[in-house]
Design a binder for this molecule. Structure first.
Ligand SMILES: NC(=O)c1ccc[n+]([C@@H]2O[C@H](COP(=O)([O-])OP(=O)(O)OC[C@H]3O[C@@H](n4cnc5c(N)ncnc54)[C@H](OP(=O)(O)O)[C@@H]3O)[C@@H](O)[C@H]2O)c1
Length: 270
């Protein structure tokens, strides 16, 4: 049996779509809506009974401070160990993402798996093209005002990452002990994004972005440095994919990766 967590989220839903047709897949979510779904909340140990699960696909539950996220992932892995799960797959963060404010919890989780007794596979996902659409969205006049400087992001279509996760979950033993880097093959900068939507790119400062995020009032306190740190890492040239030596995306997809620019455009169009 394969249990996928976070199936109410965007990545989890896509993974479930990829696994459709199999009768051995259980959908884990904090809020089950049907009998085929099972309540799985990393914050609630009583919901973490993985009895009978062979392969646990943990979609990272990254919304929180480091200690919160670490505790969640630790609880999920500990429960898997207790239940005798054979193989844990974890959706992590690309190796060039170590400057990102949320990298630590991912690396902690990778290490937790690597020193533990279970078979594991780590999927080091690059930042989604859809996430880029959120942080570099055009305004009503088509202007993208974001502090990306001349930096570029090796963004990847979220759907491609779901396809890879499902393929690995279907044949986990083939992928045991592997850390896969999964980033886009073409890095996108502000000018590329603007050209794709027929708009313009007007880079702003990190300070201006921090002010705008804070003033909008939608971000929780811990999210402000996360967003600003993401811009900073892209602008600093850390996430353009050049530092990734072994990008496994194409090989694990078994085809050409989807266009991240198309995914960006589709997400922007809503
Ligand atoms: N690579 C990127 O660009 C990027 C961007 C944003 C986030 N991420 C990370 O990748 C993960 C998946 O991305 P996504 O696009 O699917 O994000 P998403 O649509 O926001 O979904 C996140 C899901 O995480 C699950 N979750 C949250 N708290 C949880 C908890 N306490 N226990 C168990 N599950 C919990 C929830 O699933 P249920 O609703 O089913 O409980 C939630 O829907 C995120 O959680 C985050 O860690 C990556």
């Amino acid at each position: 049996m394969i249990l996928v967590t976070g199936t109410g989220g965007a990545l989890g839903q896509l993974i479930v779509g990829e696994l459709a047709g199999r009768d051995d897949v259980v959908l884990g979510t904090r809020t089950p809506r049907s009998t085929t779904e099972r309540r799985v909340d990393f914050d609630d140990p009583s919901s973490l009974d993985f009895t009978g699960v062979d392969t646990l696909l943990i979609v990272s539950a990254g919304y929180g401070e480091d200690d919160v996220v670490i505790a969640r992932h630790d609880a999920a892995i500990s429960a898997a160990e207790k239940a005798g799960v054979r193989h844990v797959i974890y959706t992590s963060l690309s190796g060039d993402g170590d400057h990102l404010p949320y990298a630590l919890a991912h690396r902690w989780t990778e290490r937790r798996l690597q020193v533990g007794p279970l078979a594991w596979t780590i999927l080091r996902n690059g930042l989604y093209a859809e996430f880029l659409a959120a942080i570099a969205a055009p305004g009503p006049d088509g202007t993208i005002a974001a502090p990306l400087g001349t930096g570029r992001l090796a963004a990847v279509a979220r759907a491609d990452l779901a396809t890879v996760a499902a393929r690995v979950a279907a044949e986990p033993a083939r992928h045991a002990g592997r850390v896969y880097e999964l980033v886009g093959e073409r890095a996108l900068g502000g000018a590329d994004l603007a050209a794709a939507i027929g708009g313009s790119y007007e880079p702003c400062s990190l300070g201006a972005a921090r002010e705008a995020i804070t003033e909008a009032g939608e971000a929780l306190p811990y999210q402000v440095p996360m967003l600003v740190g993401t811009y900073s890492a892209i602008a600093g040239g850390f996430l353009d994919g050049d530092a990734i030596e072994d990008n496994a995306l194409r090989a694990l997809l078994g085809r050409e990766p989807s266009s991240a620019l198309d995914a960006y455009k589709a997400a922007v169009a809503g």
